[in-house]
Write a protein that binds this ligand. Structure first.
Ligand code: FE2
Length: 212
C-alpha cells in the first residue's frame, strides 16, 4: 500500500494564498483519492507497491493511462506539498547564482514561471527543473510529471488544476501563481533538488510504503 503523506505544516499555515479549506479539500479529498485509486489498481494488477517512481515510469511505458494518471498525481501532490513552506526565504547559494545566470534574476524567473502557468491550457503543472546545471521552466498536462522526461530533475512544482486555487482565487490563476511564488516557495527544498540534479544528493522519492 502506498501511503498518503501528511502535510509538513498545518492546514492553515499557507493562508491567505492557500486557505485552510482548500488544503483540506486538496490533501484530504483529492490527493487521498489518487492514492486510494492507485492502491486499488496496484492490487488488481499485481504490481509491487514499493517504488512509486518505477510505477509511474512503467505505467507510462506500457500506456496504462488510469494507473499512470493516479500514480503520477499521487507523486505530484506529495512533491507539491514539499515545494511550499510558511517560512519562505529567498533562494541562496548555487541555486541563486543559477537563477541569475539562466533567467537574469528572481524577478525574471517569477515572470517566466507565472507566464508558463497562466499560458498553460486547462489542467496540469508548472515546473522549475534542472537539466544538469541548467534551469528550465516548463509545464505538463493533466497528471504528467518529469519522471518520464529523461535528464530533467524537478526543483519546484505548482498545481494548475482549478481545485488548487478556485476556492481562494476563483478564475484568477495569475494571482494565485504570483502569491504562491512570492510567499510560499520552499527554496531550501528546491536547492536540495538542484544538488540532486548535479549528482551531489539523492533526489526526492515518494515515501516508502508500509508492508501491506
Ligand atoms: Fe491538485
Amino acid at each position: 500500500m502506498f501511503i498518503l503523506p501528511e502535510l509538513p505544516y498545518a492546514y492553515d499555515a499557507l493562508s491567505p494564498v492557500i486557505s485552510d479549506r482548500t488544503m483540506h479539500h486538496h490533501h484530504d479529498k483529492h490527493h487521498a483519492k489518487y492514492v486510494e485509486v492507485l492502491n486499488q489498481l496496484v492490487k488488481e494488477q499485481g504490481i509491487a507497491a514499493d517504488n512509486l517512481e518505477d510505477v509511474v515510469r512503467k505505467a507510462a511505458a506500457e500506456k496504462k493511462a488510469k494507473l499512470f494518471n493516479n500514480a503520477a498525481q499521487a507523486w505530484n501532490h506529495a512533491f507539491f506539498w514539499l515545494c511550499m513552506t510558511p517560512g519562505a526565504n529567498p533562494a541562496a547559494g548555487d541555486l541563486a547564482e543559477a537563477i541569475k545566470r539562466d533567467f537574469g534574476g528572481p524577478d525574471a524567473l517569477k515572470e517566466a514561471f507565472v507566464n508558463e502557468g497562466v499560458g498553460h491550457f486547462a489542467s496540469g503543472w508548472v515546473w522549475l527543473a534542472a537539466q544538469g546545471e541548467t534551469l528550465k521552466v516548463l509545464s505538463t498536462h493533466d497528471g504528467e510529471n518529469l519522471l518520464t522526461h529523461e535528464g530533467l530533475t524537478p526543483l519546484l512544482v505548482c498545481d494548475l488544476w482549478e481545485h488548487a486555487y478556485y476556492l481562494d482565487h476563483q478564475q484568477d490563476r495569475k494571482g494565485f501563481l504570483e502569491g504562491w511564488f512570492d510567499k510560499l516557495v520552499n527554496w531550501s527544498f528546491a536547492a536540495k533538488q538542484y544538488d540532486a540534479a548535479r549528482g551531489k544528493a539523492e533526489p526526492y522519492r515518494y515515501p516508502v510504503p508500509v508492508a501491506a
